[in-house]
Write a protein that binds this ligand. Sequence first.
Ligand code: ZN
Ligand code: ZN
Length: 573
Amino acid sequence: MKKFLLFILCCLGVLVNTEAAPENLNKYFDTFKNGFINDMWKMYPDWATNNGYHKYDGELIIPNDKDRALQNAFSKKYLDSLKTFTYASLDNNNKTDYHLIQNFLQSTVWALGTAKEFQWNPSIYNVSTSFAYIVNENYQPLDQRLLSIYKKLQNVPAFYAAAKANINHPAKELKELAIQQNEGGLSVFENDLKDSVAASALDDAKKAAIIKRNDAAIAAVKSFTAWLKAFPDAGGRSFRLGKKLYDQQFAFDVQSKYTVDELYNAAVYRKTYLLTQMEEKANLLWSKYFGTEEKPADRLVMIKSVIDTISTEHVQPADFRTSIEAQLPRLEAFIKEKNLVEMDATKPLKVRDEPGYMAGVAGASVSAPGPYEKNVKTYYNVGSLDGWSAEKAESYLREYNKYTLQILNIHEAIPGHYVQLVYSNKVPSIVKSVLSNGSMIEGWAVFSELMMMENGYDESPEMWLMYYKWNLRSVCNTILDISVHTKNMSKQDAMDLLVRQAFQQQTEAEGKWKRVSVTHVQLTSYFNGFYEILKLREAYKKKMGKAYSVKKFNETFLSFGSAPVKYIREMML
Ligand code: ZN
Ligand code: ZN
């Protein structure tokens, strides 16, 4: 039935091209999008579950040749259907959706045929996250969720058997990550799931059947990690992606206006600029904090001394959460006073304690409802430092000191992620909420920090110095990612970049090295989005002349939803 409907849809597409008026064309494109998304959920049930679409919760796809052939066929079919729509006649919302769908399908074909991570990245094989979601999220009565789990568990042994058959030259770092994450994920089956079965009202026979499949799943995970541990390191692929694949993946994932080389040069340029600014501010502050003490001759040492000193200004561990909460109304008042961007009073941000399953990540983050959860609120999760050792809390609070804690709030909430999200939700497109552009989203948050500073949020040299240090972090993330994956940067040089040249703590830099050795491209998204938005603003200012206003720029930019900046640019200019 489903296939038949699709066939009709494709035909509609052809008709549309020649006969439909633009209004109808957009209507047909909406129908096409819905068909595409429904088909996509069937193809990627875990992804559907995570987006709050629960029709396929019981499905677990076995990652074998047959599945890869299906994904290829799916991608090619929809790429063909896309061609039947006249791009130029679509409205702005549909134009960006067109690009997002096309990019997703092309990147799928590329990932399976060219990058082939399924052969060398064992960490992509981990079933625990989707099971954890179904067990822990209360979107349906427990018994109903357990029946989905019962069905889904059936394929776990075949899932890991296929993983073993696929992997032939794993990167050592990714093999270790896969072992660590799969072992960590075992608690979902050994604890969460067993507890849920015990607490459910299902009959004993059903309970026993679930437990039996659960035991087989646990055995399959353990057999996979044991197999990985025995896999020889020799002959494995390097974790470094390499220039050719990196350029291609960057184009698909970031969808930037710039090439990798252009972005790299921009980041190096920005780093030089930031260090000059930091030197100036640190010079201004020297006598305030060090009196007549002689300045270190090395400017990096001098800047670091000032940063270390002002980082000791921070809240007490017990006041961490309340001080984050207290800042939100102040940020909102500042935005109103300076007329920076309209905020929707009907969509308030609810502050809540960080839920248990997120525990351990102190600080703050925004939880947004998925596209199928319209009635769920947007939460600002704020963690506490309860139970932390004094030493750990002190080091964390120096990182998130009086100054950077405010930048964190700007980035995560106002006018960063939360404000962007409210605007994005006004562009009702399921495509944009599912295939949203991460670089635009992170870029906006990073841009909003600068925008607040430019408008006089806090003009003290201390705040500027800490802002520059914060901004330098995303700049160095880009330099690091490109250098490690395409220029063979050593760990030693990476640590020098982060610790000596970007003033990071040793532990933070160690964590970043670990991240760059198990991910690629994602670390560039922050600076790329920031840089693209800055460049767009420059061009927009020129175009608008006297009619330019900060508020108009911000609101127009946000009104296109979470689309790649380069397409927003086309529409704004
Ligand atoms: Zn302290
Ligand atoms: Zn962010």
